[in-house]
Design a protein around this ligand. Structure first.
Ligand code: ADP
Ligand code: ASP
Ligand code: MG
Length: 418
């Protein structure tokens, strides 16, 4: 008998039929004698719908009220799933995050889990119940409802699995595992049978939304066996492993391609190239709690003028532009602001990159051969990211995917036959 935490995403509970199908699946595990804690997201589209409602009433709603609002989506699905299980004669009880003791800090809309009380869950499990928990939400020390950031139900699942010492945390979604890149953008993508925590973290932080970053962090920190699987078809899915477990396999150079369409680029042209400029530009932006991702400053001869370019989340684009125009430029005593939100950041990820020079050169050549202009570059030991025009996303991902040998075997075989 094993203890599983099973998380079902928005599409998997997107209709009454699908909720019933989830109940059948959970029943199957119960019938085999396993204990099951189920974490569910809101029905697909629901969280976006709620956010849209708020925006029709108030352009800048307080984060506390936003959390109060968006946490309702998950309350609908937990109760419906518990009813569906009961309909199948499976004993089940649903709980909100607060009820089940998911304690977080007070950073509304992006709260972090601090503690989970497991006594009551264990009692229910020992009585033979399925415990159904609302994903994405918790409660702070003052009793306010908090949420964990978009995609946060993954984190609820992994954190619960860690707290309960579950045998496996299973993330059921609308793809049958983690792929070399988003299979919706590149149909040659290959499902990975396993991926290291380190690489998955990098993929998640560079834009692959198949798992929320925090969930992967938790899995790494607490050694939670984590698997991504399809809600709709049987299969082994993808295991997220600690690095040691696959050292005997030959490490491929590149394990995946991630992309992020949620960033915008800002440039301050012709700023004086003197000490302190970078902090003069970025200071007021971080004061406004806006996170900056990539930063590039052109080199200029001493005493000359330079350009300073950086990226922020698309949702912060307008505000950042305003801060630059109204605060930064007057203080710098010169410069011109340019903005572009039609960009995408494409990244190659792989721990195998560490020991190989030339990955960047090859990446640039592949993009150049397709006529794709690179706007910005940043590198680390296990990734290379470039910013390009949004319209080239598919072309870039597909050509890099092929060039770095990531295409599915059957695609390669087909190519060889021609
Ligand atoms: P859920 O609602 O189940 O949490 P998400 O939409 O958050 O599902 O995440 C699943 C989606 O992640 C897939 O439909 C796919 O389009 C996308 N995705 C992005 N990158 C990858 C990848 N490397 N492997 C698999 N799916 C990916
Ligand atoms: N419903 C939330 C969202 O859409 C949480 C989740 O799905 O994981 O972001
Ligand atoms: Mg998700």
């Amino acid at each position: 008998m094993a203890l599983y935490v099973q998380k079902f995403g928005g599409t998997s509970v997107g209709s009454v039929e699908r909720i019933k199908a989830v109940a059948e699946k959970v029943k199957g595990f119960r019938d085999q004698g396993h204990q099951v804690v189920v974490v569910v997201s809101a029905m697909s589209g629901e969280t976006n719908r709620l956010i849209e409602l708020a925006s029709q009433i108030n352009e800048e709603p307080t984060p506390r009220e936003m959390d109060m609002l968006v946490s309702t989506g998950e309350q609908v699905t937990i109760s419906l799933l518990a009813m569906a299980l009961q309909q199948l004669n499976v004993r089940a009880t649903s709980y909100t995050g607060a009820q089940v003791g998911i304690q977080t800090d007070s950073a509304h809309t992006r709260a972090r889990i601090q503690r989970i009380e497991t006594d009551e869950i264990r009692e229910d499990l020992d009585e033979g119940q399925v415990v159904v928990v609302a994903g994405f939400q918790g409660v702070d020390a003052e009793g306010n409802i908090t949420t964990l950031g978009r995609g946060g139900s993954d984190t609820t699942g992994v954190a619960l699995a860690a707290a309960l010492g579950a045998d496996e945390c299973q993330i059921y979604t609308d793809v049958d595992g983690v792929y070399t890149t988003d299979p919706r953008v590149c149909d040659r993508a290959r499902r990975l049978s396993s991926i290291t925590v380190e690489e998955m973290l990098e993929m998640a932080s560079l834009g692959s939304k198949v798992l929320q970053i925090r969930a992967v962090e938790f899995a790494g920190k607490y050694n939670v066996p984590l698997r991504v699987l399809s809600s709709f078809e049987e299969g082994p899915g993808t295991l997220i492993t600690t690095e040691q477990e696959i050292t005997d396999m030959e490490e491929p150079l590149i394990s995946g391609i991630a992309f992020n369409q949620n960033e915008a680029k800002l440039t301050v042209l012709n700023t004086p190239d003197v000490p302190g400029v970078a902090s003069q530009i970025l200071g007021p932006i971080s004061d406004a709690n806006i996170e900056v991702d990539m930063i590039v400053q052109n080199v200029a001869p001493a005493g000359d003028y330079t350009d300073f370019t950086f990226t922020v989340a698309k949702s912060d684009f307008r505000q950042t532009q305003r801060i630059l125009q109204e605060k930064v430029i007057p203080e710098l005593g010169g410069g011109e602001v340019r903005g572009d939100d039609k960009i995408v950041k494409v990244s190659l990820v792989g721990v195998g990159m560490r020991s190989h020079a030339g990955v960047a050169t090859k990446m640039f050549r592949v993009l150049a051969d397709e006529g794709i202009n690179i706007r910005m570059v940043s590198t680390s030991e296990i990734k290379i990211s470039v910013v390009i025009d949004e319209k080239f996303l598919e072309l870039a991902v597909r050509s890099l995917h092929t060039a770095f040998g990531l295409d599915r075997d059957d695609v390669n075989e087909e190519k060889n036959q021609h």
